[in-house]
Write a protein that binds this ligand. Structure first.
Ligand code: HEC
Length: 399
């Protein structure tokens, strides 16, 4: 019953996380687009008298929209009473994301967070590291942003910091959890940027304008800097959020290098679109990203276990026992592993025919990567993996 309830909480939380995440990132993409498409106002009076810095005309949903940007508020006219804020989407994304982290990785820590072959830690220790590392990372990130003035230098330093954190997490948690923590870390920075910098800056501006004072542009500028950074984080973070479907990435021996390459490709693609908004078509950016991803695909390609030509097929009896000891507790019609009520991903390995049918999937999860058994919880040995590999390479016989 407990795992059934966990499944429902997981489902609802994931659904919510996706909805609010789309609302947040969608709005964020829209505003970056809007900002980068501003043209000088058509009506000269708007610029001279009302302080309009730029405007956009757009057509959507059967009508025309005319958005105008005032850098520090309109001149000589009050702000609208119906000012829309964009913050709850961001906060809700963070809370639902933390909810997911708690349901999947804290509640299920013994299977999803801890990998005893990586580091033998207790559940409370693992959860404490999970939570406090995310919080601590924010203070480091925030300090770096204040310290380093050059945008480019800051970008490089942050990239190195993120790669180092990826490596660090991979030394503490299971491979899949390590990835998710990198995504949660950057996601936390993004939301806390909104909470600690963007929104307070805007609140100060609004207060000043409503009180008839000239607003200090500085908080707005800091907020803008953080918003721009958030743009580059988006694609890398979104990849991490779907990465648990792709053990070829996270469960690779050098999973942290794989993630670094994918994040770099994501940031380059985002940069291409940002520049394109300004009418600059720097195709070298996506081209580099494609070359990086293609190189990665070649590097990660599974290699079958080498066998001598004419080698005898490994008999099924030899691997049946391995599967029974290492896999069937979860992957069975009726799993016996605590916390599993149904075979995960519907994959059952309790008859030879089922095993045969799943042979390519088994190869992918246990030989090409060590994603299975999850967290190596059933302590599969390297000898067993190589025997399984030989069985697959010699035709996966079930006799
Ligand atoms: C503790 C339970 C557990 C054990 C033991 C376990 N698995 Fe899994 N397995 C899972 C879970 C959970 C997933 C789903 C992971 C996810 O959410 O993507 C999974 C997914 C898989 C998949 C991916 C299915 C697909 O959609 O292609 C394969 C293949 C697999 N396991 C094979 C194995 C093999 C082979 C073993 C034994 C060497 C094994 N597993 C041991 C829990 C387990």
């Amino acid at each position: 019953m407990e795992s059934y309830i966990a499944d429902w909480l997981n489902l609802l939380m994931r659904w919510l996380h996706m909805i609010v995440g789309i609302a947040w990132i969608g709005a964020s993409f829209y505003f970056v687009w809007l900002d980068n498409h501003l043209l000088p106002p058509r009506n000269k009076d708007d610029a001279a008298r009302r302080g309009v810095a730029g405007e956009v005309w757009a057509v959507h949903g059967g009508g025309f929209y005319h958005a105008q940007k005032f850098l520090v508020g309109p001149k000589g006219e009050p702000l609208s009473d119906h000012l829309h804020w964009f913050k709850w989407e961001a906060y809700a994304t963070w809370f639902s994301g933390m909810g997911m982290l708690a349901i999947v990785y804290w509640w299920g820590a013994h299977a999803y967070l801890i990998d005893k072959s990586v580091l033998d830690i207790s559940v409370p220790t693992a959860i404490a590291i999970s939570f406090f590392s995310l919080v601590t990372s924010w203070f480091i990130y925030d300090a770096l942003c204040k310290l380093i003035k050059s945008e480019l230098a800051l970008g490089i330093v942050l990239f190195i910091f993120i790669v180092a954190a990826t490596w660090g997490y991979s030394q503490v948690f299971g491979a899949r959890a390590a990835y998710i923590h990198v995504g949660s870390m950057i996601g936390t920075w993004m939301v806390w940027n909104v909470f600690f910098h963007v929104i307070p800056g805007q609140e100060k501006m609004v207060t000043a304008i409503r009180a008839g004072r000239d607003p200090d542009p500085l908080p707005g500028l800091i907020g803008k800097q953080r918003s721009v950074q958030n743009t580059y984080f988006t694609l890398p973070v979104l990849f991490v959020m779907i990465s648990s479907h792709y053990p070829m990435t996270y469960a690779h021996q050098y999973g942290w290098v794989v993630l670094a390459v994918i994040m770099l490709a994501g940031a380059l693609i985002r940069q291409y679109f940002v520049l394109r908004h300004f009418g600059r078509n720097v195709v070298s950016l996506p081209l580099i990203a494609i070359v990086l991803l293609a190189g990665l695909a070649v590097w990660l390609a599974p290699r079958s276990t080498p066998v001598a030509p004419g080698a005898a097929a490994v008999p099924y009896a030899q691997i049946e026992l391995i599967l029974a000891q290492r896999c069937v507790a979860c992957h069975a019609e009726q799993p016996t592993f605590p916390g599993f009520q149904q075979a995960p991903n519907g994959l059952k390995l309790d008859t030879p025919e089922l095993v045969k049918a799943a042979a390519p999937r088994i190869a992918q999860q246990t030989i090409a990567t060590k994603a299975m058994p999850i967290g190596n919880i059933t302590k599969m040995t390297d000898d067993e993996r190589s025997l399984l590999g030989k069985w697959l390479a010699t035709g996966a016989s079930i006799k």
